[in-house]
Design a protein around this ligand. Structure first.
Ligand code: GLA
Length: 384
């Protein structure tokens, strides 16, 4: 008899929790609305991807930019965890690359010069004497074409595919590139970014995604209490102009070591030359993984909210940047002035200045080959 009662109670509890769970589940969807108009009158639209859990990613076709991304805290409360602006004007004037796809080449190319097949190319110079993130009018300043949006109800996911054709000669790069980026919000609260590209002429390509995360959801706070783990034994040191020197340095016994989770603020201001050059963390990490293998490379945990972000990629490197150049002069969403280290970026990519470092994984793309990158940001919360 006792066994029967225990069985009935267990079944009832199981059924109740199942029905609660299924009640919480919604439908995945994509909604489109006007975000703003450029000075020439061109419309920029915002697409809201919603998964079955109610998590949302808002993406605009200007720069293929993520303007908002919600994530659950330890109590299940979804809040926006990325920096950005309230209006299109902010993105047009932006110099921090908030949320955008940058390219053709993420990070710096020394003096904007590189050689292909013996011929020297001169790219636009937009960062001191160097080329940064695709130049003056990179992919982040273009209106992309929305190829399609897709909802897979059975999987609880929603996606958007955007395309940008970069013409031969744009910002000094050879070859016309057709780049497609698909953002998918999965039922597992992952924002998955898939890039594919082809060219009609030998060229270089190394796009990345530039969201600034602050998992507290409160952009008045810095990210110094975020605990970061990066699975990399080595990083690529830089010179005073933040150009990679070509060396690999061990992170062991230095403030650069994030192999075991560590608060960003613990050693960010340490008396260490590489941190002085960059004003904090702003270095590419040489990931401990086989090339082209999609695997987890980093995690970020914010202890008050309990939010956790895990990042996976098939790229060999990741630029860990902790918002050193934010200086309180930029008015972000909800009128918040973003101060130094309000957000952190984990930009999956090739090692910076690789066109000038032939021994490193190559950015060269030739006709007939397809460039392919997958990077995934998974948001969850540690239940205490
Ligand atoms: C990257 C670079 C930084 C800085 C930011 C944009 O992440 O590594 O040095 O240029 O972009 O402000």
């Amino acid at each position: 008899m006792e066994k029967i009662i225990v069985f009935c109670i267990t079944t009832l509890v199981a059924l109740t929790s199942f029905s609660c769970q299924s009640k919480k589940e919604g439908k995945s969807m994509v909604e489109k609305k006007l975000f703003g108009k450029l000075s020439g009158g061109q419309e920029v639209n915002e697409y809201t991807l919603k998964n079955a859990n109610g998590m949302e990613a808002k993406i605009i076709d200007y720069g293929a930019t993520v303007v908002s991304l919600t994530a659950p805290d330890k109590n299940g409360k979804y809040e926006d965890v990325v920096l950005g602006y309230d209006s299109l004007d902010g993105y047009v004037k932006d110099k921090a690359y908030f949320g955008s796809i940058v390219g053709r080449y993420g990070n710096r190319i020394s003096k904007g010069k590189f050689k292909l097949d013996g011929k020297e190319y001169q790219l636009s110079i937009n960062n001191g004497e160097n080329h940064l993130h695709g130049g003056t009018d990179g992919f982040n300043k273009k209106v992309w074409t929305v190829v399609n949006t897709d909802v897979v109800e059975a999987l609880g996911s929603a996606s958007i595919t955007l395309k940008y054709n970069s013409k031969d000669g744009e910002e000094g790069y050879p070859g016309t590139i057709e780049l497609t980026v698909r953002y998918t919000l999965t039922k597992d609260n992952e924002l998955s970014i898939n890039y594919t590209a082809t060219t009609d002429k030998e060229t270089i390509l190394n796009p990345t995604h530039h969201s600034y995360f602050n998992l507290s959801g409160d952009m008045h706070k810095t990210i110094l209490d975020h605990e970061v783990m990066i699975d990399a034994d080595k990083f690529t040191p830089v010179d005073k102009e933040l150009i990679t020197t070509g060396a690999f340095s061990e992170v062991a016994n230095t403030p650069m070591d994030f192999r075991i989770p560590k608060k960003v603020g613990k050693e960010v201001d340490a008396d260490f030359e590489q941190l002085k050059f960059a004003g904090g963390y702003d270095h590419n990490r040489v990931l401990n993984k086989a090339p082209n293998q999609l695997s987890k490379l980093a995690s970020v945990y914010e202890p008050v909210s309990g939010r956790l972000m895990e990042v996976s990629t098939n790229q060999p490197g990741v630029q860990f940047y902790c918002g050193n150049f934010l200086d309180g002069t930029v008015k972000g969403k909800n009128g918040v002035m973003y101060t130094k280290r309000t957000g952190l970026c984990l930009e999956a990519q090739l090692y910076p200045d690789s066109p000038n470092k032939p021994e490193w994984p190559s950015p060269i793309l030739v006709p007939g080959k397809v460039y392919s990158q997958t990077t995934i940001y998974k948001l969850s919360a540690k239940l205490l």
